[in-house]
Design a protein around this ligand. Structure first.
Ligand code: KIV
Ligand code: ZN
Length: 517
């Protein structure tokens, strides 16, 4: 539980983050992410929007059954059916919260809800009362609070607290506010509202102007004691306040803010990588805290300074966020215990089953490579997380390529589907990778438009692991995919198939109700 100098971290990676285009996750992937978030020590995991679809409901319920150390929360519109679905989904949780919301700004009142001010207050009160039938832990959000008249927002919040809301969330739904404005608003709400002491005030900032983290920190200065955020800053449109950034800002500048969080920051890098792998959206190199360059010192002047005293150019230590700096080498004689130990150093807690499958993959890699580096191990662990999510897997792949103009590259690809099918296709194209992609498209029946394809070596040397990323588009959407192997073409094939698997999994769990925002 938080103390009075602690800011609660409410992570919405699995709700606001997951509802953004290109970031959907299967139930199994959501469970894996929830485990990582619990491991980080977030106070609240917003696990989804129970009424959105049966798939969302099941995922929340499973997370509620599994998670013990964080509160598990489900979002609900201020509607009886939504709230009851959330109440049922969080029932198994050791600590469960319902987060109910209704819009309060003039634009939303007039054009979206077509409701009067009084009707909205009445709906909020009734919604909170129904929430309280399921749990004492009720969060109320006044959607688009930032663009709501102050006197009306005050009225709504006072009514919500009286009705039994224990957390009051003030969302900047459209990412419109500025640090000075939101600080002032939180100061007003936490000092002027009757009953303010009975509730925790929370900030939920979107990043449309690139201010989500700055605004959340300013809200804390104004009186917020909960921050809503998502790993890697994912979320609607430009995303939410980035979990890793707000946590590290509070930690690094504790001298200024005077608050802590309950987060075990050494798990941040692994959790961010896991999310990037699961969703197929790589983290940009220059991303604060978790980007590849975040702790890299390229220029001679910087390197010299850091060698003399790291604080000359480093405000945080890489190991504080779980970025490993010693890069120990493992080889084919290394055992399971050494691998487990290395994985832990990299921020991954592996179950016995996970360790077993990563160990098998590690042995196969160690046979191909003399030395296995941290980045290889990370790619193997994350590969296991992605690889588990079919339905298609690569059974075999052969490619011919060369400089002979008269003979085009040919790929023969055999895939198996979890329903038992095994299908082979042979394709010819101008390049070997294209030939592989075409063969995969033929087998799976997904003709895709390839927007980009890139390969990066994970480590150095001739036998380095390759990590491939593809971006493809369909008529309605675009998808990222990722694959890793010591064979570049196979890495590309895995990345392309990762996209097709995402498309098929999404079709399986089509949402009947779009999450209202
Ligand atoms: O941005 C927003 O207003 C939301 C609410 C549902 C809290 O995500
Ligand atoms: Zn939001």
């Amino acid at each position: 539980m938080s103390n009075k100098n602690q800011v609660r971290i409410f992570d919405t990676t699995l709700r606001d983050g997951e509802q953004a285009p290109g970031f959907s996750m299967t139930s199994g992937q959501k469970l894996a992410m929830a485990e990582a978030l619990e491991g980080l020590g977030v106070d609240v995991i917003e696990a989804g929007f129970a009424a959105a679809s049966p798939g969302d409901f099941d995922a929340i319920k499973k997370i509620a059954e599994m998670v013990k150390d964080s509160t598990v929360c489900s979002l609900a519109r201020c509607m009886e059916s939504d709230i009851r679905a959330s109440g049922e989904a969080i029932k198994p949780a050791k600590s469960g919260r319902i987060h109910t919301f209704i819009a309060t700004s003039p634009l939303h009142r007039e054009f979206k809800l077509k409701m009067s001010k009084d009707e909205i207050v009445a709906r909020a009160i009734r919604g909170i009362e129904i929430c309280r039938e399921y749990t004492d832990d009720v969060e109320f959000s006044a959607e688009d609070a930032i663009r709501t008249e102050r006197d009306y927002l005050k009225r709504v919040v006072e009514a919500a607290i009286k009705a039994g809301a224990t957390t009051i969330n003030i969302p900047d739904t459209v990412g419109y506010t500025t640090p000075e404005e939101i600080r002032d608003l939180f100061h007003f709400l936490t000092t002027e509202i009757e009953g303010a002491d009975e509730a925790i005030f929370s900030a939920h900032c979107h990043d449309d102007l690139g201010l989500a983290v700055a605004n959340s920190l300013a809200a804390v200065r104004g009186g917020a004691r909960q921050v809503e955020c998502a790993l890697n800053g994912i979320g609607e449109r430009a995303g939410n306040c980035a979990t890793e950034e707000v946590i590290m800002a509070l930690n690094t500048r504790k001298d200024f803010y005077g608050f802590t969080t309950g987060i075990k920051t050494e798990g941040i890098y692994a959790a961010s990588k896991l999310l990037a792998t699961i969703t197929g959206n790589p983290v940009p190199r220059n991303k604060a805290i978790v980007g590849k360059n975040a702790f890299a010192h390229e220029s001679g002047i910087h390197q010299h300074g850091v060698l003399a005293n790291r604080e000359t150019y480093e405000i945080m230590r890489p190991e504080d966020v779980g970025v490993s700096t010693d890069n120990l080498v493992l080889g084919k004689h290394s055992g399971r215990a050494a691998l487990k130990n290395r994985a832990e150093k990299l921020g991954f807690e592996l179950s016995d089953n996970q360790l077993q499958s990563v160990f098998v993959a590690f042995k196969a890699l160690a046979d191909e490579k003399k030395e296995v580096f941290d980045a290889d191990i990370e790619a193997l662990i994350l590969g296991e997380a992605v690889g588990a999510a079919g339905p298609w897997t690569i059974d075999s792949l052969y490619v011919s390529a060369g400089s002979d103009e008269a003979r085009k590259p040919v790929a023969t690809v055999k895939l198996t589907h979890e329903d038992g099918r095994a299908v082979t296709a042979v394709s010819e194209a101008a390049g070997p990778v294209n030939a592989v992609f075409m063969a995969i498209s033929e087998v799976t029946g997904h003709p895709l438009h390839l927007d980009s394809f890139s390969v990066q070596s994970v480590t150095e040397g001739e036998d380095a692991m390759a990590e491939a990323s593809v971006l493809v588009s369909t008529e309605f959407d675009s998808f990222h995919g990722r694959g890793a192997s010591t064979d570049t073409v196979l890495a590309g094939a895995k990345a392309y198939l990762d996209v097709i698997n995402r498309i098929e999994r999404r079709a399986d769990r089509e949402r009947p109700i779009a999450a209202q925002h």
